[in-house]
Design a binder for this molecule. Structure first.
Ligand code: 5AD
Ligand code: SF4
Length: 450
């Protein structure tokens, strides 16, 4: 007997790396339930939007995308292609819940980030004639345990979620509401997944969490810190590189800083958002640290690991931010010399404390963002140019745009293009950097490898 033809699924991912990881796990769960992933939504039997709530008008953008999918579904039905099931997952699903089905009756599934393991059962219920399925509670069972194991992977680099949620309640942020309270996966579970990834050819893992350096998963002898977890993962045969993101300055403990010196697998790149350089604004944001605390922390990190590349997030135009506050942010940027950074205009998120405060005028936000970005860009350019002439280990991940080229990553997370044979895919090889671009480098293999 022939196996039934798999149904086609298309998952569109928005937002952060946690969502990228979740989309991979959903793909794996649904592959086991008779679906295969396709690259375009037009002919898909199941379309999932894995959404992000962090940007302005996030929900409105999801509704307009659903409008486009509704047309696509009608065209598919007209072609005789059958029905298209449509689901919304991720943080907008968590925040909007039932409202999504009310506003767009086309939607069959609304699933919050803690309930992805229930997707196959929800699809079965739909097949059985049930109405739209909405799950936005925080189920008691562990979704990570309930999801199927990781599949064989093409890329030598993989994400691994170790922590979810946040207890910090920064005044601008929706994450504590959409992803819930802080939760760390047990050490044994993380180690099993890391070993499986290594066995399937993964050389680099990026440990993910909204507040990853607050990791405190249950392990031998009690709760393990992120540093302890990193050292254990570094001992796994085949794992050659470890990264982690995103961190909060207040959870950057001495042991984690020390790990950057004593664990060669831990890469010298740290995403450590500060949001503002003004103590007044930091206080209003409920960040619970000062600009000086942050700068002293950076000094300690650089004393331990002098080549550490730093990355950050900034918000301009937070309610109450004055010109003087903004100048403090520019001064912090000068002092920190970021290799990379992300900057945003404050946008009120309903339900968060800052959303009801008096807003900074849009034109002021625009002007501040332009100045901040010019400064961040100048630092990034300097960092990129300083790499030219250096030889760095590059983990080659995939074919490049030009024939004969491969693309990989430097220790500092920069994409690196080089002419290199495909036999070097998934391997870490020394590359001499020849030219710098805004977001990448190009290099040549050094003679021993070429
Ligand atoms: N407005 C603007 N930027 C925000 N971020 C989070 N919430 C908001 C908001 N309401 C930014 C922060 C965070 C990054 C992921 O997104 O800088 O670190
Ligand atoms: Fe977006 Fe934050 Fe949710 Fe990630 S956790 S999807 S960045 S809102």
């Amino acid at each position: 007997m022939n196996a039934p033809t798999p149904k086609k699924m298309f998952i569109r991912t928005y937002g952060c790396q946690m969502n990228v990881y979740d989309s991979e796990r959903m793909t794996e769960a649904l592959t086991g339930a008779g679906y295969e992933a396709v690259d375009a939504p037009e002919d898909a039997d199941l379309v999932l939007l894995n959404t992000c709530h962090i940007r302005e008008k996030a929900a409105e953008k999801v509704y307009s995308e659903l409008g486009r999918i509704r047309k696509m579904a009608a065209e598919k039905a007209e072609r005789g292609g059958g029905a298209m099931r449509v689901g919304v997952t991720g943080c907008v699903a968590q925040a909007e819940g039932e409202e999504i089905v009310r506003r767009q009756p086309l939607v069959d599934l609304v699933v919050g980030p803690q309930a992805y393991h229930r997707l196959p059962a929800m699809l079965d219920a739909l097949d059985g004639g049930a109405g739209a399925q909405v799950v936005t509670d925080f189920p008691t069972e562990d979704k990570f345990e309930a999801l199927p194991q990781r599949a064989q992977r093409k890329s030598p680099s993989a994400f691994l979620s170790v922590q979810e949620g946040c207890d910090k309640f920064c005044a601008f942020c929706v994450v504590p509401y959409t992803r819930g309270a802080e939760f760390s996966r047990p050490v044994a579970q993380v180690m099993t997944e890391a070993r499986r990834l290594a066995a399937s050819g993964v050389r680099e893992v990026t440990l993910l969490g909204q507040n990853v350096n607050a990791y405190h998963g249950e392990g031998d002898g009690g709760a393990w810190s992120l540093a302890r977890l990193i050292r254990a993962i570094a001992g796994i045969e085949g794992i050659e590189r470890i990264r982690y993101t995103t961190s909060h300055p207040n959870d950057m403990d001495d042991d984690l800083i020390a790990a950057h010196a004593d664990t060669p697998e831990l890469m010298p790149y740290l995403h450590l958002p500060v949001q503002s350089g003004s103590d007044r604004v930091l206080k209003a944001m409920n960040r619970k640290h000062t600009a000086e605390d942050y700068l002293r922390l950076i000094e300690r990190i650089r004393a331990t690991r002098p080549d550490m590349a730093l990355s950050g997030d900034f918000i301009v135009g937070f309610p109450g931010e004055t010109d003087a506050d903004f100048e403090d942010t520019l001064a912090l940027v000068e002092a920190t010399r970021y290799a990379q950074a992300f900057s945003f205009k404050y946008s009120p998120r309903p339900g968060t404390p800052a959303s009801t405060a008096e807003q900074v005028p849009e034109a002021v936000k625009d002007a501040r963002l332009a100045r901040l970005q010019a400064s961040l860009r100048a630092h990034q350019t300097r960092f990129q140019e300083d790499c030219v002439g250096r030889t760095m280990p590059v983990l080659f991940e995939k074919a490049g745009r030009e024939p004969g080229q491969l693309v990989g990553r430097s220790p500092y997370l920069q994409p690196v293009h080089a002419y290199a044979p495909e036999t070097l895919l998934r391997r870490i090889v020394p590359v001499r950097m020849e030219a710098a671009f805004p977001n990448s480098l190009s290099g040549t293999l050094i003679e021993e490898v070429a």
